[in-house]
Design a protein around this ligand. Structure first.
Ligand code: DMJ
Length: 456
């Protein structure tokens, strides 16, 4: 009898250690509801902190309990990024508070130059979704005013935007730009054209994005930096993370959103090259490494929190199997170091950048993988990630980034994308599909859902 018990226990340990027990275990409706409830409570907690200590500012510094403003005056990053999340989560009071604040205070007549990419994905995107969700025309008026102030950024010899533009004078600076900051304007500027009937925005964003595509290497890859005046590549390192990531994302999603086949052709071309030159298969899953865009030689084997988005995109674009393998790697990265670090070397298995700034991409990919496969293991992955964030990042007033995922030392920052993306994907993984219908909307890179344009 004792021998049988020992054998059963051994079998159970083996079963659990391989992860089978958890990833295939039932995830009941009650558990899903419990997770939704947990995420809603987290969103309310973070918003309470913002309200109490940073009302009207861009962000809350969660450790010192102070407001943070990016430029000379606030552009309400947190409320604009958070409004649609509160709406989707059914947090009506919080959505109402964010809306009142935005409509009573937001003013882009600021004597400052701003980073075109960040302002577009967080604010222009947030305002457009707010308009589509809520219908109040003031949201659209704010979005149009902001876009008009950003438009001078496209005045370069190639049509690729400068990185910074002054909101009052239109003066530009920083002509060495990167694919992410050049290409990740298409959904927001394009959508604004559809909503206003003025094609100037769509055409400007498309011209810049397509210049980049035309300038791809013989291997159909892009590098990390390009001169917007001369069109010459300044840095030929090619990879799937920072400086490039959302350029690829926006080619596919712009095709879905607008039905413009130019974007589909460009995405398919790049996606084939990414799979051929960047994927690195390991027993832990498939990572993506760095290469030279011109000859495909491997130049680095680091992978991190930003790269994790590609599993979801790849699956969403039709290749679920590759998405599955990459999500294995993503989840390995998360669990190997308590919480995922910003970057690690997947060959030496050591951290190269130890912070975690409440990024969403790993959860985002788990969300797409669950929606596309219905496999329970992605719910379990989502649960582990959400529970880890709550356990290790929650403070008395909000949520804080981690300076080091191994020591859990915290840092004084709660980025607005924690509201816009992380909490939204955390909720959507467990929420009924009808909460967000992927056949009707496309999520921007900042997780602002845009209604898909009707075919002409
Ligand atoms: C967000 O602002 C966007 O998702 C962007 O594309 C990448 N970085 C952050 C989140 O990590």
């Amino acid at each position: 009898m004792i021998k049988i018990k020992i054998l059963i226990n051994l079998a159970f340990i083996l079963f659990s250690a391989t992860g089978f027990a958890q990833k295939d275990a039932k995830f009941s409706e009650e558990m899903k509801q419990e997770m939704c409830h947990k995420v809603k409570a987290a969103a309310q907690h973070a918003w309470q902190g913002y309200k109490k200590y940073a009302w009207g500012a861009d962000d809350l510094k969660p450790l010192t309990k102070e407001p943070k403003t990016w430029y000379k005056s606030s552009m309400l990053m947190t409320p604009v990024d958070a409004f649609d999340t509160f709406t989707l989560l059914g947090l009506r009071a919080e959505a109402g508070e964010a809306k009142d604040l935005i409509l009573s205070r937001l003013d882009f007549n600021i004597d400052n130059d701003v980073q075109v990419f960040e302002i577009t994905i967080r604010l222009l995107g947030g305002l457009i979704t707010a308009y589509e969700l809520d219908g109040n025309k003031k949201f659209l008026a704010l979005a149009t005013d902001l876009a008009n102030r950003l438009m001078p950024a496209f005045n370069s010899a190639t049509g690729m935007p400068y990185r910074y533009v002054h909101l009052q004078t239109g003066k530009t600076r920083d002509g060495i730009n990167n694919p992410a900051e050049i290409g990740t304007l298409m959904m927001e500027f394009g959508k604004l054209s559809k909503l206003t009937g003025d094609n100037t925005y769509y055409n400007a964003a498309k011209k810049g994005m397509m210049f980049l595509y035309t300038n791809r290497s013989v291997l159909d890859l892009v590098g990390e930096q390009i001169d917007v005046q001369t069109g010459k590549w300044v840095n030929s390192r090619s990879q799937i993370g920072a400086y490039i990531d959302s350029y690829y994302e926006y080619l596919y999603k712009s095709w879905l959103l607008f039905g413009d086949a130019d974007f589909k052709v460009a995405f398919d071309t790049h996606n084939k090259a990414i799979k051929k030159h960047l994927i690195h298969k390991t027993p832990k899953g498939w990572f993506l490494h760095q290469v030279d865009m011109n000859n495909g030689k491997i130049t680095g084997t680091t992978y991190g929190a930003l790269e994790a988005f590609y599993a979801g995109l790849c699956a969403f674009a039709g290749d679920v199997e590759t998405g599955r393998q990459i999500q294995e790697a993503n989840y390995y990265m998360w669990t190997r170091f308590n919480i995922e670090p910003e970057e690690f070397n997947f060959i030496t298995d050591t951290i190269t950048s130890a912070y975690y700034i409440l990024r969403p991409e790993n959860l985002e990919s788990a969300f797409y993988m669950y929606r596309l496969t219905g496999e329970l293991k992605y719910l379990w992955q989502g649960k582990v990630m959400v529970d880890d964030i709550i356990r290790h990042c929650k403070t008395d007033v909000a949520f804080a980034s981690l300076k080091n995922v191994q020591t859990f030392e915290r840092s004084n920052s709660m980025e607005s994308f924690f509201f816009g993306e992380t909490l939204k994907y955390a909720y959507l993984i467990f929420a009924p599909e009808s909460t967000l219908d992927l056949t009707k909307v496309v999520m921007t890179t900042e997780a602002h859902p845009f209604k898909i344009e009707k075919k002409q």
